[in-house]
Design a protein around this ligand. Structure first.
Ligand SMILES: Cc1cc2nc3c(=O)[nH]c(=O)nc-3n(C[C@H](O)[C@H](O)[C@H](O)COP(=O)(O)OP(=O)(O)OC[C@H]3O[C@@H](n4cnc5c(N)ncnc54)[C@H](O)[C@@H]3O)c2cc1C
Length: 381
């Protein structure tokens, strides 16, 4: 195995594997390192929902639509569980309805279908939905879901068949600097060199940046979710709470927050999220209070799920950016450090994000700032 590469990618989540596959396809030598495993972080612990309505900026919706086309084509060759069954947002008060109408006015002219349903129409679409006080539901038929593990492993396999190396169970501990930038990537097992180091460490991206004294506006929180025994068809769409339409970016120091997110996967299992809370990135503990609040919340919406067996619950660190804008570009501090992190619900856009990142890395292409925010992380001139 070589010791020197064109690119070393830190993180084998959906972003790192997609970008690794793309760079290796272009003939570059690539090493992907992950301290856990492929999809060992948030990419292996999420609901697989493909949400489009909450991509408010035009560049974000464009990337999401491009990724959907990619998934549709990929599903014909590879079983990634991609299904376009529609997605719904539950609206519980007038503020949320007003916001849904605003978002609808933005998104429909951009090609997204968004129907505002009455509670009766919502129940026709989702007969299991029995929440009292539901005011309305907004439905987008282009939304859907996929199997996040299948997709991430497919991207990792593609990277390897394109010539990339992947080393798992190997923690990047130090980025050794010289006057030229990062000279060596030191792990707990070995050390490597690369022309460019790419930080795709998700919720850990801030820690990786800190190794070279850089600061990223990326924060992490712990998300908790659970999966039930397989059931006969119960849900038609993926469903989330009205908070998803608000321009929330997460709050620093926020306490435990219980949101509504639920979908049924192909095998009949229902995946339910999500509790988010501030925690250390490697803290995967599950609080009893959070889990019981999450199940109580879902039973309020879907009381027929009472008595269904929960097979497994888990918690994992996921990233968000403090101001809602992702980071993609070179570090100001270190010339050969590039970051791709903080993309909200990254499964909705990953292949398109990887494509743009690869074009920036390979061809030095730049994008108008509104198209792909790079924030202050630009190569020194
Ligand atoms: C409960 C929950 C539900 C979610 N639901 C959805 C959803 O329905 N739809 C959706 O699109 N998104 C969802 N998300 C968000 C989604 O999972 C993330 O946006 C996505 O997985 C981020 O991918 P990533 O590759 O950037 O990060 P990750 O998948 O977290 O990958 C980062 C990797 O970096 C590795 N790493 C970190 N530090 C080091 C180091 N020092 N050395 C080596 N390796 C290192 C980690 O081990 C990890 O594997 C959810 C997240 C959670 C937690």
């Amino acid at each position: 195995m070589p010791k020197r590469y064109d690119y070393i990618i830190i993180g084998a989540g959906i972003i790192g594997t997609s970008l690794g596959a793309r760079l290796a396809e272009s003939g570059k030598s690539v090493l992907i390192l992950d301290k856990q495993g492929i999809a060992g972080g948030a990419s292996g612990g999420n609901l697989g929902q493909i949400s489009l309505m909450d991509r408010f900026e035009p560049w974000h919706l464009d990337l999401a639509m491009e990724a959907q086309d990619y998934y549709k084509q990929l599903q014909k060759r590879v079983p990634i569980g991609y299904r376009q069954h529609g997605g719904s947002i539950l609206l519980m008060n007038q503020n949320q309805i007003t916001r849904a109408e605003e978002v609808r006015a933005l998104q429909v002219p951009r090609g997204l279908s968004m129907e505002l349903l009455t509670p009766k129409e919502a129940r026709n679409l989702e007969p299991g939905l029995k929440k009292e006080g539901l005011k309305a539901m907004v439905y987008c038929r282009q939304e859907g879901s996929l199997d996040p593990l299948a997709l991430t492993f497919h991207m990792a396999d593609t990277a390897v068949s394109n010539g990339a190396y992947i080393r798992i169970g190997e923690t990047v501990q130090e980025l050794v600097l010289s006057t030229q930038g990062i000279e060596r990537v030191v792990t707990d097992k070995d050390s490597y060199q690369a022309d460019t180091v790419i930080n795709c460490a998700g919720g850990w991206a801030e820690q990786v940046a800190a190794m070279v004294g850089d600061e990223l506006p990326i924060r992490s929180h712990k998300g908790t979710a659970l999966v039930t025994q397989p059931l006969p068809p119960f849900l038609t769409t993926t469903l989330v709470g009205g908070g998803f339409l608000m321009e929330e970016t997460g709050e620093e120091g926020s306490d435990l927050r219980v949101g509504t997110a639920i979908c049924q996967h192909e095998n009949g299992s229902i995946i339910i999220g999500q509790v988010t809370e501030t925690a250390e990135t490697d803290d995967r503990s599950m609080g009893h209070i959070g889990l019981s609040q999450m199940t109580a919340n879902i039973l309020n919406y879907f009381p027929d799920l009472m008595g269904v067996d929960i097979l497994r619950a888990w918690a994992v660190s996921t990233s968000y950016s403090a101001d809602g804008k992702p980071v993609m570009g070179y570090s100001d501090k270190v010339d050969n450090l590039f970051t791709v992190a903080g993309f909200k619900g990254a499964f909705t856009t990953a292949p398109a994000v990887a494509d743009r990142a690869a074009k920036m890395l390979l061809r030095g292409e730049t994008f108008i700032p509104e198209a792909v925010p790079r924030r202050e992380h630009r190569r020194k001139q």
